[in-house]
Design a protein around this ligand. Structure first.
Ligand code: ADP
Ligand code: MG
Length: 293
C-alpha cells in the first residue's frame, strides 16, 4: 500500500518529488535551497521562489487581513534575502470561498502592496479560483550578482555561525505576521563580509541549521548562552520555534572577527555569533557542556 504523507513527512515527500523532476534548462540550483538559481545576465543570476499560506494552517479569518497579506509576501522576500539577492517581481494566486467579504481580499492586497513598495517589488499578475478555504500563493523573482550569491552548501570547519536577531515565540507573539525580511542585513553581509552559507530560519534554528550542515557535510557546536532569545522564551523555544525569519549564516573566522570589530562601533545592525562549524559531520548542535538537544 502507498505510504501516506504523514508517514513520509514534508521533507521525505520533497525528496521523492525531486526524483521525478530532472533538472533542466540550465538551472544552477534547484530543490534544496531557499530559492532556485537560474541563468540570467553575464554577471547576475535570477532567483525564483514561492510560498503558500492556507487558512487554518498559517492564519485564521480572525487575524488582520493586511497582516496576512504582508506575511504572504514577506516569507518570499525572506528567501530571496537568504541567497543574498534583491526581490523584483511577484505574481499572486488566491483561492477564495464564495462568502469571502471583498474588503477582506482588498485588505490582504493592501498589506502586500505596502511591503512590496518598501522593497521595490512589483506585483505583475496572478490567478484567482474558488476554494473551500482561503489560500494565498506568492511566487517571487529576485536577482543577485554572481559574486554575491550565498547558498546553504558553503559552510567550512571553523567558520563562525551567526543569527541576525533574537529567536523564539514568533507564533505566540504574532511577530510571524508582521516581520520585516532581512534584505538589508543580507545585502550588507554579501557586500562586506561574504558569508560562506546562509538561509532564513523558518522551521526553527535546530532544524534549519541541520540543512546547512547536511548541505556542507560538516558539524556544528553552539554556545548555549550566546543564542539570543526573545523575552520570555526558553532556550528550547529559541532552538525549535518556527517562523522567526531571522537569517542564519556562517562566515570564515578571520572575516567574522572583523565583523565583530565593525559592530563594536556601529549601530546599524547587530549580528549574534552563536557557535562554530566543526569538521565532524556527526557533531550536530552540541551546546555548553556538550549536552545533546
Ligand atoms: P523554504 O522554507 O525556504 O521556503 P521549503 O522548506 O518550503 O523552503 O522547501 C525546501 C525546498 O524544497 C525548496 O528548494 C523548495 O523549492 C522545494 N520544494 C518544496 N515543495 C516542493 C514541491 N511541491 N515541488 C518541488 N519542490 C518543492
Ligand atoms: Mg528559506
Amino acid at each position: 500500500m502507498s505510504k501516506t504523507l504523514s508517514q513520509l513527512g514534508e521533507f521525505g515527500l520533497i525528496d521523492r518529488l525531486k526524483k521525478l523532476l530532472p533538472q533542466e534548462g540550465g538551472c544552477l540550483l534547484g530543490i534544496g535551497d531557499d530559492t532556485a538559481v537560474l541563468p540570467y545576465t553575464k554577471d547576475k543570476y535570477q532567483l525564483l521562489t514561492t510560498d503558500m499560506l492556507a487558512q487554518d494552517v498559517h492564519f485564521t479569518r480572525r487575524m488582520d487581513a493586511r497582516a496576512i497579506g504582508h506575511k504572504a509576501l514577506a516569507v518570499n522576500i525572506s528567501d530571496i534575502a537568504a541567497m543574498g539577492g534583491v526581490p523584483t517581481f511577484a505574481v499572486v494566486s488566491i483561492g477564495l470561498p464564495k462568502t469571502t467579504p471583498v474588503r477582506f481580499v482588498e485588505d490582504v492586497y493592501k498589506g502586500m502592496t505596502a511591503l512590496a513598495g518598501q522593497f521595490n517589488v512589483s506585483i505583475v499578475g496572478g490567478d484567482t479560483i474558488k476554494s473551500d478555504k482561503i489560500v494565498i500563493n506568492v511566487a517571487l523573482l529576485g536577482e543577485v550578482k554572481k559574486k554575491h550569491l550565498v547558498t546553504r552548501a558553503g559552510a567550512k570547519p571553523k567558520d563562525w555561525i551567526f543569527v541576525t536577531g533574537p529567536l523564539g515565540g514568533s507564533l505566540k507573539s504574532g511577530r510571524h505576521l508582521n516581520f520585516i525580511p532581512c534584505v538589508e542585513q543580507a545585502r550588507f553581509l554579501v557586500k562586506n563580509y561574504k558569508p560562506s552559507a546562509m538561509m532564513d530560519i523558518s522551521d526553527g534554528l535546530a532544524g534549519d541549521l541541520n540543512h546547512i550542515l547536511s548541505a556542507a557535510k560538516v558539524g556544528a557546536q553552539l554556545i548555549e548562552d550566546a543564542i539570543p532569545r526573545h523575552k520570555g522564551t526558553t532556550l528550547n523555544q529559541a532552538m525549535t520555534d518556527g517562523e522567526d525569519f531571522e537569517l542564519l549564516f556562517t562566515i570564515p573566522m578571520a572575516k567574522a572577527m572583523k565583523l565583530m570589530d565593525w559592530q563594536a562601533d556601529h549601530k546599524a545592525f547587530y549580528f549574534y555569533p552563536i557557535g562554530e562549524i566543526t569538521a565532524d559531520a556527526k557533531q550536530r548542535i552540541y551546546a555548553k557542556g556538550f549536552t545533546h538537544f
